[in-house]
Design a protein around this ligand. Sequence first.
Ligand code: SAH
Ligand code: SF4
Ligand code: F3S
Length: 518
Amino acid sequence: MNEEQRKSQSQIKQVESTKVEKPLSEKTTADFAKYFQTTYQPPDIRKARKRYREKIEVHYDFEIPDDMKEIGEGKKFLIQTYGCQMNEHDTEVMAGILTEMGYQATTVTEEADIVLLNTCAIRENAENKVFGELGHLKPLKMEKPDLIIGVCGCMSQQESVVNKIMQKHQHVDLIFGTHNIHRLPHLIKEAFYSKAKVVEVWSKEGDIIENLPKVRHGKIKAWVNIMYGCDKFCTYCIVPMTRGKERSRRPEDIIQEVRRLAAEGYQEVTLLGQNVNAYGKDFEDIDYTFANLMDDMHKIDIPRVRFTTSHPRDFDDHLIEVLAQGGNLLDHIHLPVQSGSSEVLRRMNRKYTREEYLELVRKIKQAIPNVTLTTDIIVGFPNETEEQFEETMTLVEEVGFESAYTFIYSPREGTPAAARKDDVSMDEKKRRLYRLNELVNHQAADSMQEYQGKVVKVLVEGESKKDPDVLAGYTEKNKVVNFRGPKSVIGQIVDVKITDAKTWSLNGEMVENQVEVN
Ligand code: SAH
Ligand code: SF4
Ligand code: F3S
């Protein structure tokens, strides 16, 4: 072990769950040493399940320490985001923290003094992209030794990844986990002054840190976390290990955040959680569920409220009833099914059958007749038979999904499914994905045809990427619409008559008379 490796190893300290009572801003790395992991543990379901007992604390006292408020004056940062909406929102928080430290954002890597890679571990290709980028950054670091390169996000929560970075990517200065984001000022300072590799990945995950600064992407739509973590332990999935246990933000904090966003002129919020339907189940003092939260959102004067992602298992009748009120609660529900075969669903630990999923869809359609359903599907789960795959195909048709994110199963180290033998070849998995995508594309195109000649409400987000003379926005059902119109309508909801329907987007003309059509 060389000097640098020895130093960095010594920074991975011991894990304990003793509480520290100082305000967050005054805590030092030594205060937190108790929470660090001694050695990295591969994800372990049995250990992860023990976490239910840890108490959740909410902290409202986040502050950038005085001596770090100007540390970034005249310097620039760049954060690259690889993951889901939660990951994107974490980037907004890190951008907020760095901005309060005096740093300015840049999109040019060569200009940056700090480059953070906010990573995703959900599938192997997500990880490969990050290792590829680390390779690209090496020459820049050689040229600019003061550049701080950091790796954060879900990959950092995995032992194998941290080890690989330690061994093969010596030019990385900083590695921190998903529970350490609020520690960024301290970590940057350490990376800046010590010049040894700084590693801080907590296994403790019980806390919620409120009032973190954010630099949001745009002034029209905003992400709002309502809960963190996941306790579902689907057998293929790494998220319960990388994001920790389910913990809900207090309703009053969420309501206040959404009210503020509405007052600032935001037109749309998307409530975020890995399984938003489990919201509130961890409250010990109040009986308040996701349905209650959506009911409260319904009363807030903001035009559009979306949510993602909802797990079919916890989608109860009360929630359906609340969503059926409509108004700002949009009639688009993303409801990941993963597979149409009850046997595969059992092996995935999804805890519902094909029939139960279809029954839930029936209830939703009955209560919200105009509803649009979209989904996530994994093909080629270990030992998925041809018949089981066919069951997915028939389910997709039966539900009539208007779009779907489709994936080939990717084994994730430490998850139960990854330990199983798999007799389905990669060629076969690719063939199934291709067939599924054909079907999904076909259904998507059909659903778009129905919009021909209709008037839809479009939240205008800006100029279209392809043509600055064309505006682009989203319908209530999240379909992209391109149309010509004055730039003054950017940020507003306008009526657009559809003239041309493609598979993934619609073209139209703005109409002056406001006609209410869905
Ligand atoms: N919490 C959400 C999903 C978050 S991950 C839910 O349960 O609905 C987003 C999607 O990635 C999942 O729905 C699943 O379809 C896919 N996914 C997760 N793990 C995967 C793996 N190991 N291989 C392939 N796809 C995976
Ligand atoms: Fe992963 Fe399942 Fe949790 Fe979704 S519900 S994040 S798929 S474990
Ligand atoms: Fe990826 Fe982590 Fe999101 S693994 S999908 S960034 S929760």
